[in-house]
Design a protein. Structure first.
Length: 105
């Protein structure tokens, strides 16, 4: 996988570019027994379900991940942003209950 990516990038940007690349990490999520190589997708006409998936349950259970992103689904940055959103929602709800301070920013 890494060799293929380096080869493709080298073809696009020249041999000097490829010489500077070093793979840092790779995942084997396809072999992960709980994920089973899963990949989220919305059936045609059902993309709005991502909003439902991302909605808190009783202001006590918060969901995050790329599948919860309406605009950036199937991406790492979509997962990150959904995680930040869910954390902010959880902190805000906890602050209302007096358990912690509200998120800043």
């Amino acid at each position: 996988m890494a060799a293929f990516a380096v080869e493709e990038l080298t073809a696009l940007f020249g041999s000097g570019f490829g010489a500077r690349l070093r793979p840092l990490a790779a995942s084997a999520w396809g072999a992960e027994r709980l994920a089973c190589g899963s990949y989220s997708h919305a059936l045609p006409g059902h993309a709005a379900a991502r909003t439902i998936l991302a909605a808190p349950v009783d202001d006590r259970l918060f969901f995050a991940g790329e599948a919860c992103s309406a605009e950036d689904f199937s991406t790492a940055h979509g997962a990150f942003e959904a995680g930040v959103r869910a954390a902010e929602q959880a902190l805000s709800c906890a602050a209302v209950r007096g358990r912690c301070r509200a998120p800043s920013g």
